[in-house]
Structures are given as structure tokens and as C-alpha cells.
Design a protein around this ligand. Structure first.
Ligand code: HEM
Length: 505
């Protein structure tokens, strides 16, 4: 197979992952709107339906954006290092099979123990049948299996392509910078850092998930075998918190490659950026105890470890990346399009959601914000207002950079205002409700919850309408590309000649 056939296959695989992830996300947005409208009192979902939909929405959305990140990183690494397409398809198939089983458990069995399925809730006086617990657990197991295959494949490729741990971690650039520069050596491109960190940490999280999965299966088959609830909660959040967090760190890889296409200059890796990712590598795994501040049986030192790690896992990479993004754009003669708009706005969403998350991870604030709508507020900000924007920004970047017929400014404004405005209104009402102590996961909320849920529904409807217009515009750009049979190189690579050592195709 020649290089261009390989590239076409790789692009198709990425497109499959992205189309499935984004399609599923938009479908589940409609589910989100139904829940928010029910909380507003506009419609009335029965409690069992509300919690089944909430479980489906949560688990499905996480899986949808994980799929987008998996496809994006797989493609970017495939550009650098040879990787098996069949293995990527296998991981895709198993993951999607898992999502379907979770959907069956929620839609037909009305399994409603939330996407966090915290022991013993799935088994405690359930309103759902025993088979739906099994279907949900098997579904999650398949998702973890697909994820594990992806992690192993990406980790092996990155280590093979970029000089092992020493090369990927930029050891010589950090500790012997002068000798490194004098030898004319180069760090790997920046997108290799998220690929490595997430594949490495992802494997550890998957190991924990497998352990928990076996324990839950045993309890499902023989309820007389008890589990330690605190142990189960620690492992559940070690896996669940990490997986939800991995999403934004995976999708930032698309920004490292996509945004430079509009700025006209490369996003360079540096010792500072690499050091930021060292922090993420370690602290991402240690931040989860901030979900357990209310568990008084948890040893206090673990709580403080969680507090410190929460700050250290996110701040270095977010700050270095966002400043790097600002410098990339500054005086670059930036070409603004829908792709650059979404990726740039997504970086703002990352910072805003990150601040919301760190406030909640701070013990003194957590006492007030724990289990209020502040929690969905911050994670919707960085999942919807950042990660999702990175994913659609990447799709538009692929279309716009090669397009012979760019999006007219009026259309850009319409899409930008509806999508970003809709997100702002939706998450803004979550924050206000959280600050007013409205609890999360209540199908019927106390005041001022219903009023704010009404405004949140308006925001979400505007967002979905904006996405519909964006889809039509994307289809127009795509048709233009096909008609013009454009030969512009993609992915656009300003430093294609300066590949780092070992970075061969
Ligand atoms: C139109 C867009 C969306 C709307 C209207 C929406 C709405 C909602 C609502 C009403 C809840 C329940 C809040 C509560 O009372 O606790 C919720 C929970 C959740 N949402 Fe969304 N959402 C949207 C997009 C997203 C996206 C893009 C993601 C992530 C990729 C996401 C992930 C989640 C998760 C993980 C939960 C928690 C479920 C649980 O508690 O088990 N949502 N969403």
C-alpha cells in the first residue's frame, strides 16, 4: 500500500470515529434538553424515565467525546508512525458495541443509577430489572476493552516512533538543553504529548476499571458477596473521573495541529510545555479524591492529596497551552473561520470550566457546592464549551483550510452567536442554580431551579439550532471541496520538513 492510500484509510478511520462521536453527542443533547425542560416544568418526565435518560445521557456523552478524542489522536499519530488500521477498527467496534448495550439497559431496562453507577446504588431496591444491571456492566466492560486496545496501540506507536520514554518525555531537552540544541535535535511535535500521557494514564485507569468490573459482576451474580463501599467509590472515581478528564486532554491534540493552520505558523513543543505535561501525567491520576471530600471515613491525607493534585494536574498544561495559543495567534495575521473560532473559544471554555472545577475541588468551597448544579455547570463548560468545540473546530478546520469557497461572514456570525451563546446560557443557568444551592440529579428541583432550568432549555435549544445550521454549512463546504477536487495539503503542516528524530511515517 502506498503512502496516500494509507493516508486515505487513516482519514476514513478518523472520520468514522468522529462522525459516530459527534452524531451520538447531538442525539444525546436532545435527551439533555428533555431533562432540562422537565426540570423547568415545561414537560413532565416520570422519575424512572428521568433517571434512565440521565444515565443514558451521562454515559453516552462521555463515550461519544472519548470516541472523538480516540479517532483524532489515532489519526495524528498515524501520520507520524505506522499503525494497524484493523486494530483501530476493532477498538471502535467494541467501544460502539458497549455504548449500544448501555443504551439498551437505559432505554428498555430503565437502568437509572447514574453514569457513575456507584456501589451499592445499582443493586439497592432497584426499580430496574436485574438483566439491565448486567447489560450496563457488560456495556461498560466493552467500552473499557475498546479503550484499552486503543491505549496499548497508541502507547506502543508513540514509544516506537519517538525514542522511547526518554524521547517522548524530552528528558535531554529538559536536563541538557544546551547539548540538545547543539546536536540539532528536536522535541516531538506537541500532539505527541497528549497522545502519550493519555494512553499511559488510560491504561492504568482501565486496569482499575477491570478490577472494579470483576467485583461488581461477582456481586451481581451472587448478591451475598458484599463489597467495601469506600473501596468501590475510590476505584469508581479513579476510573470515572480520569476518563471524563482525559477527554479534554485528548482533544487539545487537535488544537495543537488545527489552530496553526489558521495562524500560518507552527505550534512548537518546548521544554516548558513538556514539563507541564509531566505534571499532568502524574497528577491526573491523583486528583480523583476531590470527589470524596464528604466521605468522612476516607483518611484525611488522601483528601489533601486530591486537593493538591487537582491544581497541579490541570493548571500547568492549561496555562502553558492557552498562553501558547494566545502567542500563536498574536500578530499572526490569523485567518478567522468557524474552525479557528470554535477552537479558540474552546480554550476560553477550558479555562472557565477549569476555574469552576478547581473552586469545587477546594475543600472550603466544596462544603457549599458539593452535589449542587455547580458540578454539572463546570463539567458542561469544559466538556461542551471546550472539548466538544475542539472536536467540531477540528472538523471545520479540515474543511475550511482546503475550501475554495469560504463561509460568508454573516453565516459565520449566525453560527458563532447561536452555538456559543446557546452554550453560555445553558451553562450560565447551571452555575447560577449551583450558587443558589439547587441540588444536582433532582428530577423535580426546588426554587429557583425550575426558572433557571427554563432559561437553560432556551439556551440548549438555541445551541442545537446553531449546530443544525453549522451542519448544513459543513455539508456545503464539503460539496465545494469535492467539486473543486482541491489539492491543498491536509493536515496543513508548516514544519513538515522539520520532523523530529524517529518521526518517520
Ligand atoms: C444541549 C446540550 C446539553 C444539555 C441540555 C444537557 C443537559 C443535562 C442535564 C439536564 C443533566 C442533569 C443535571 C442534573 O440535574 O444533575 C446533565 C447531566 C450530564 N451531562 Fe449534559 N447536557 C448537554 C450536553 C452535554 C455534553 C456535551 C456532555 C459531555 C460530553 C454532557 C455530559 C453530562 C454528564 C456526564 C452528566 C451527568 C449525568 C449523571 O449525573 O449521571 N452533557 N446534562
Amino acid at each position: 500500500m502506498n503512502a496516500s492510500t494509507n493516508d486515505t484509510t487513516a482519514r476514513r478511520i478518523m472520520a468514522l470515529y468522529l462522525a459516530t462521536g459527534l452524531g451520538l453527542a447531538v442525539l444525546l443533547m436532545v435527551v439533555g434538553i428533555l431533562m432540562r425542560m422537565s426540570q423547568a416544568g415545561w414537560i413532565r418526565l416520570a422519575s424512572v424515565d428521568f433517571y434512565a435518560l440521565m444515565t443514558l445521557h451521562g454515559a453516552g456523552m462521555i463515550a461519544a467525546l472519548v470516541l472523538c478524542g480516540m479517532g483524532g489522536i489515532w489519526y495524528l499519530m498515524r501520520r507520524e508512525v505506522a499503525m494497524s488500521a484493523s486494530l483501530a477498527l476493532w477498538a471502535y467496534g467494541v467501544t460502539v458495541g458497549g455504548v449500544l448495550l448501555v443504551a439498551v439497559a437505559a432505554a428498555f431496562g430503565k437502568f437509572g443509577a447514574a453514569w457513575t453507577f456507584l456501589y451499592p446504588l445499582p443493586f439497592l431496591n432497584p426499580t430496574w430489572p436485574a438483566w439491565s444491571i448486567g447489560a450496563f456492566l457488560i456495556g461498560l466492560t466493552l467500552i473499557v476493552l475498546g479503550w484499552t486496545v486503543w491505549c496499548i496501540q497508541v502507547l506502543e506507536a508513540v514509544l516506537r516512533g519517538f525514542g522511547g520514554f526518554r524521547g517522548v518525555l524530552g528528558w535531554d531537552a529538559v536536563f541538557r538543553p544546551k547539548a540538545f540544541a547543539a546536536a540539532g535535535r528536536k522535541l516531538p511535535p506537541p500532539q505527541v504529548l497528549p497522545a502519550f500521557v493519555i494512553a499511559f494514564d488510560g491504561l492504568l485507569a482501565a486496569t482499575a476499571a477491570s478490577l472494579l468490573g470483576v467485583a461488581l459482576f461477582v456481586h451481581w451474580l451472587d448478591p451475598s458477596v458484599p463489597l467495601d463501599a469506600l473501596w468501590a467509590k475510590n476505584i469508581t472515581y479513579f476510573f470515572g473521573h480520569d476518563l471524563a478528564n482525559f477527554i479534554i486532554y485528548m482533544l487539545i491534540a487537535q488544537v495543537y495541529v488545527g489552530l496553526p493552520a489558521y495562524a500560518g505558523r507552527p505550534w512548537k513543543n518546548s521544554a516548558v510545555l513538556t514539563l507541564g505535561w509531566w505534571g499532568t501525567l502524574v497528577f491526573l491520576l491523583l486528583a480523583f479524591p476531590h470527589h470524596l471530600y464528604m466521605d468522612f471515613a476516607q483518611p484525611a491525607w488522601i483528601q489533601y492529596l486530591g486537593l493538591g493534585a487537582s491544581y497541579l494536574s490541570s493548571v500547568p498544561v492549561a496555562v502553558v497551552t492557552v498562553f501558547g495559543g494566545l502567542l500563536l495567534v498574536w500578530r499572526s495575521g490569523m485567518r478567522w473561520g468557524l474552525g479557528s473560532l470554535f477552537m479558540y473559544a474552546g480554550m476560553a471554555g477550558w479555562i472557565l470550566g477549569g476555574i469552576g472545577a478547581l473552586l469545587d475541588a477546594t475543600i472550603n468551597f466544596n462544603v457549599h457546592l458539593h452535589n449542587t448544579l455547580w458540578v454539572p455547570a463546570h463539567f458542561h463548560t469544559y466538556l461542551l464549551g471546550a472539548s466538544f468545540l475542539f472536536a467540531i473546530g477540528w472538523v471545520f478546520a479540515m474543511l475550511e483550510v482546503r475550501s475554495p469557497d469560504p463561509t460568508p461572514p454573516a453565516m459565520r456570525w449566525t453560527i458563532g452567536v447561536t452555538v456559543l451563546g446557546g452554550i453560555a446560557l445553558l451553562v450560565g443557568t447551571f452555575y447560577l442554580a449551583g450558587a443558589a444551592s439547587v441540588p444536582r440529579r433532582y428530577d423535580v428541583e426546588p426554587d429557583p431551579g425550575p426558572l433557571l432550568a427554563g432559561w437553560g432549555s432556551v439556551g440548549a435549544i438555541i445551541l442545537v439550532l446553531g449546530l443544525l445550521i453549522a451542519t448544513l454549512e459543513g455539508a456545503r463546504l464539503w460539496r465545494g471541496l469535492r467539486r473543486a477536487k482541491t489539492s491543498v495539503e491536509w493536515p496543513w503542516s508548516p514544519d513538515a520538513a522539520a520532523r523530529p528524530e524517529g518521526g518517520a511515517r
